[in-house]
Design a protein around this ligand. Structure first.
Ligand SMILES: [Zn+2]
Length: 147
């Protein structure tokens, strides 16, 4: 189970709506409570620095990641995952996403956006055993929030 602190999912939704029709992306900061529970305490919006095809590709700014790693050093929190949007697509990892798994410990949040409106958000983690993404439940549900 992945538990998002209040406002995190709304921030992501607004950021990816602004990025539309390009993919929006950013980092998820949090801590593992137990082996089965991960808390996301903060999100950091990134520019999408992918070269070309930014409606179908994303890359988190490495400078953002470095500055976060510096800031989080010695705290309980760490970079535990990232998010990106699928403009006019579903919240399911693409074959390209699967090819881009370099750090299997990171959680992937994928959020669909259509007509500049954020929709379905789902969390995934790469499973080395099956060689595929596994869906991880999360709460709260974006649409039951304050928006
Ligand atoms: Zn993707």
């Amino acid at each position: 189970m992945i538990v998002f602190a209040g406002g995190c999912l709304e921030r992501i939704a607004h950021a990816v709506e602004r990025a539309y029709p390009e993919e929006g992306c950013g980092l998820l900061i949090g801590r593992r409570d137990t082996a089965r529970k991960l808390y996301i305490t903060e999100v950091a919006e990134s520019d999408n620095v992918a070269i070309g095809q930014r409606n179908r590709r994303f890359e988190v700014d490495p400078a953002l990641r470095l500055s976060l790693m510096r800031r989080l050093r010695g705290t309980a929190d760490d970079i535990v995952g990232h998010y990106h949007s699928h403009p006019d697509g579903t919240a399911v990892p693409s074959a390209h996403d699967a090819a881009m798994v370099f750090e299997p410990e990171l959680v992937w949040l994928i959020i669909s956006v259509s007509a500049r409106r954020a929709g379905d958000a789902r969390c995934w983690q790469w499973d080395q055993t099956t060689g595929s993404f596994l869906h991880l439940p999360h709460r709260p549900n974006l649409r039951t929030g304050s928006t």
